[in-house]
Design a protein around this ligand. Sequence first.
Ligand code: PLP
Length: 448
Amino acid sequence: MTESSANKLLNGDACHRTSNGKRSSKNGFVKNHCVFQQPQKYRRPREKNQNVTRNSSLYKKPFSESFEETPLVVAVLTYMGYGILTVFGYLRDFLRYWSMEKCNVAQEKEEQKDFVPLYQDFENFYTRNLYMRIRDNWNRPICSVPGAKMDLVERASHDYNWTFEDTGRVVKDVINMGSYNYLGFAENTGACADAAIEVTQKYGPGVGSTRCEMGNLDIHEELEQLVTRFLGVESSLAFGMGFATNSMNIPALTGKGCLILSDELNHASLVLGARLSGSPIRVFKHNNMISLEKLLRDAIAHGQPRTHRPWKKILIVVEGIYSMEGSIVRLPEVIALKKRYKAYLYLDEAHSIGALGPNGKGVVDYFGLDPKDVDIMMGTFTKSFGAAGGYIGGKKELIDYLRRHSHSALYATSMSPPVIQQIITSMKIIMGEDGTTLGRCQTMALIT
Ligand SMILES: Cc1ncc(COP(=O)(O)O)c(C=O)c1O
């Protein structure tokens, strides 16, 4: 994408006007308008919110998203349910206060009763009175592969979900609607499992050191070369944990005098990384380019607070696919903005890598953009690759710098060999380097 096309996009109203000339709403989205190219039969019945972008100078396909609005009756019933539970919660807390009901949660010590309470916040109230009633629906021990169906350890509670005990039985073939295993690579049979077993026999399951000391294996380097090729970047660096990839690398890149512009729906790992960096954080409305541009303009016009010196650098932090909403970042526009205002872009592809785009290479591939336009390409191996860990890809200088400055590169134990092999094998399958079309079929099945 050239600077001029970026400017055209931002200055003209092409990105805020749909193909039929309808004007967008305040946030740049167009409601009740559909330019989906998919056939009618795939459309969901109540598509209300449509985010539409059409700019032929950036990419050929019209980009549109739709979100099903919560039916009014469901919203009302949900709020009523919360209201009733909250009223009962206060009633039960009253009974607990007068020792008429047993309280199982952490409480202030008797001798510290006049201190500012350590535990009594709303979260604690919520956990005690609302979450505890439905707690059995979450974190149930699983005793099988996280496939389409899975087996659960049966457990029972005799004290209204405060504690559980195993009954010794297994609940078989429960439908799994929550695991990340997007492409089905986290199986205990097949090419990935076989390769991981072979590698475990050669290297063992653990490394026992950090990359910069005794934990740099040849397969770590093989993995990074493969990730580099997959992303189409100059270099890349792999980490043992996706969460730590964000929370430990953002502080290595930004600090005092730098500004972070963060989407309001960014993942907790990005938020933590931004906070740990010590840089001021300004939050823009979710996927809203008008809000982002306003923050960029303000940042350039006013500089740092009090001194009004220019910011040392401005980092825009976005995700490829937002995990809770399923929305896709308006990447062409974000890139245009970051070029126009000379900011840097950090893109978290945790959910989109392997799962989006004609070649499964994520949101950059989906829009047909140049990976070089994204300064820091981050992603995880937990979702599409069915493994663990994360990566950062980008310019060679960036990766060399992070290798020396990132806490997760310097101080964390390096990735376990079977996990590395799982990623290498699944990535090669997605790239078609295993000599089959299996990866392509799996990616296409997910996209359509
Ligand atoms: C956007 C995003 N980034 C980072 C992470 C953390 O990745 P991991 O679970 O691999 O530690 C997640 C986790 O779901 C995520 O959704």
